[in-house]
Design a protein around this ligand. Structure first.
Ligand SMILES: Nc1ncnc2c1ncn2[C@@H]1O[C@H](COP(=O)(O)OP(=O)(O)OP(=O)(O)O)[C@@H](O)[C@H]1O
Ligand SMILES: [Mg+2]
Length: 239
């Protein structure tokens, strides 16, 4: 008997999907990690824009880092009409200041995903959400290393229970040697995409690698990542 094939969620990012067996697996949680300014937010916006524009999938961008207007402007620079797709209810941006993260924030996110049948979710960032998670997750105390880990376990598990939504969780890597600040999200998520920024011969350039992908044989090479006029393009080193 043929096993039911896992549906693939195409990012539509040039050069990316072929490196991961056609796309992310539907329902997976993807940790998108990188140091500051590597292109994580742009990757998230592009994933949602392509989903809505090319694949008719509804997307939700939750940000604790930026204002809705700033994200729309960033998207518009690449010709992505968030405004129009938001009017059609294909895309939503929810900007939640970190200081206002409350007991209900996680529940609210899940409720919106269910209500609007969201297929693609981006959380920018998991690092900020977990540090500012309300005190009930931290037994009423200031967050510490263990309560942050516990929060991430419970949050990612909630996401995994959601039917059909594929989530990109942005992780602020503190340096080139770690994937997250909490040292646990990389174990819990199904897939890890890592973007790095390095100096080669005096010039800075970005590259990316897929560090893990449960259930799929992924490419393990490091590929140049370029942010051009139409957003992110991955250059396959084997081409
Ligand atoms: N229109 C553009 N064309 C080319 N490159 C751009 C353009 N807009 C932004 N960039 C580049 O992308 C970088 C920012 O990307 P992005 O905001 O996705 O990074 P990030 O990883 O989310 O950063 P942070 O961790 O600070 O949130 C800028 O520093 C700039 O180098
Ligand atoms: Mg960002």
């Amino acid at each position: 008997m043929k096993m039911r094939e896992i549906e693939k969620v195409k990012t539509g990012i040039k050069g990316f999907d072929e490196l991961v067996g056609g796309g992310f697996s539907q329902g997976h949680t993807i940790l998108l990690s990188g140091t500051p300014g590597t292109g994580k937010t742009i990757f998230g916006l592009q994933f949602l824009y392509n989903g809505a524009q090319k694949f008719n999938e509804k997307g939700l961008y939750i940000t604790f880092e930026e204002k809705e207007g700033a994200l729309k402007k960033q998207a518009a620079q690449f010709g992505w009409d968030f405004e129009g797709l938001m009017k059609k209810r294909m895309l939503q941006i929810l900007s939640i200041p970190a200081s206002t993260i409350s007991k209900s924030t996680v529940k609210d996110i899940m409720r919106i995903v269910h209500r609007f049948k969201i297929k693609r979710l981006v959380i920018d960032s998991l690092s900020t959400l977990s540090i500012n998670a309300p005190s009930n997750y931290h037994d009423g105390n200031e967050p510490n290393e263990f309560t942050i880990k516990r929060f991430i376990y419970s949050f990612v598990n909630e996401l995994k229970k959601m039917d059909g939504a594929t989530s990109i969780l942005i992780s602020q890597a503190p340096d080139e040697n770690s994937l997250s600040r909490d040292e646990v999200s990389e174990f819990i998520c199904d897939c890890i995409v890592y973007i790095m920024y390095e100096s080669m011969g005096g010039e800075f350039s970005r590259s990316f690698t897929v560090r893990k992908m449960r259930g799929t044989k992924n490419d393990e090479d490091i590929h140049p990542l370029e942010i051009g006029g139409k957003g992110i393009v991955i250059h396959n080193i084997k081409d």
